[in-house]
Design a binder for this molecule. Structure first.
Ligand code: MN9
Ligand code: PYR
Length: 302
């Protein structure tokens, strides 16, 4: 019905508390891939951003708003709005219908958006599999600070660790943030110099991932690898069932108990079969707090 097509703004405040208290997640990326930002109207995107900033005040450390759009004007409007409401940063993907065909054109587009919020840290969101813009991130970063003075870093959602490693290696003197976006490979990216992570699974595996980050920090690499393998067992299982934004929403609802609702068309709600299977896997890996299978659970990750 109609209500299934509208955003339920009223649960965002609850979700802030859930992330902080249950998952130890205090940095939020709003209106990106998981949030179906590109499927929302501009006024919806403004309202979602406002709600996160308002409800996250004094609870969250940083809120970065994704303001990418096909229309440069809309992107600028969203960037300016993010600044007005007091967001901590903005991120932009490459325009993906009429595409920039080289690095310079892409940077010119990003620069125009960044200029609409001249006081906000700016992140380039590299996600070539979804945008179809395959310009390597390492190329985009070359000389970007001279063109975009607010450039703060990169959200890198690709499995090309050569490209990612070179982004880090070529910018060692700069204080960029290198945020990695492939959750099942985060440990490899940490070795390459990732300074943070943004990903869909941190909504429900945030606590587990924080344990991995802590192990990495204290140079306990074998324990960090155990945590990464645990996370991989879950992701590998759901990938084989068909895993995307719809399925992520179903898992978020399941784990948090907060209704995320269905996705918006063209996405379709995850099947009951998917959710049942995912739940069983989460339980067997000990990723659900109300676990009743603890006894003799040999596959559990802890
Ligand atoms: C394409 C996509 O949604 N990527 C997410 C973030 O960028 C990731 O968090 C993945 O969902 C995750 O790594 C599972 O493959
Ligand atoms: C998961 C993620 O990085 C996004 O929603 O954009």
């Amino acid at each position: 019905g109609k209500w299934e097509r509208e955003i339920n703004f009223s649960v965002i405040g609850q979700y802030v508390d859930y992330l902080v208290e249950e998952q130890g997640v205090k940095n939020i990326f709003v209106n990106g891939t998981t949030g179906e930002g590109l499927s929302l109207s501009i006024s919806e995107r403004r309202r979602v951003a406002e709600e996160w900033v308002t409800k996250g005040r004094n609870k969250l450390d940083q809120i970065v708003i994704h303001v990418g759009a096909l229309s440069l004007k809309e992107s600028q409007e969203l960037a300016q709005h993010a600044a007005e409401i007091g967001a901590d940063g903005i991120a932009v993907i490459a325009p993906f219908f009429l595409k920039p065909w080289n690095k310079d054109v892409l940077i010119n587009f990003l620069k125009e958006v960044a200029a609409a919020a001249p006081a906000l840290p700016f992140y380039y969101y590299h996600i070539p599999a979804l945008t179809g813009v395959k310009i390597r991130a390492e190329e985009v970063l070359g000389g970007i600070q001279e063109k975009i003075p607010t450039f703060q870093g990169l959200k890198f959602s690709d499995t090309d660790l050569l490209d990612f490693g070179q982004c880090v290696d070529q910018n060692r003197q700069r204080q960029f943030a290198f945020l990695f976006g492939v959750d099942e490979q985060l440990l490899s990216a940490l070795v390459m110099g990732a300074t943070g992570a943004v990903g869909s699974t941190y909504n429900y595996l945030g606590k587990k991932t924080n344990q991995m980050l802590e192990a990495f920090e204290r140079k306990d690499f074998s324990s960090a690898l155990n945590h990464q393998f645990c996370i991989q067992r879950f992701i590998n299982f759901v990938v084989k069932l068909g895993f995307g934004v719809s399925q992520t929403k179903a898992i978020m609802t399941l784990v948090s108990g907060i209704p995320m609702g269905p996705p918006r068309l063209p996405l379709q709600k995850a099947s009951r079969e998917f959710t049942d299977n995912a739940e069983a896997k989460l339980r067997s890996l000990d990723f659900l707090s109300f676990n009743d299978l603890k006894d003799g659970n040999l596959g559990a990750c802890s």
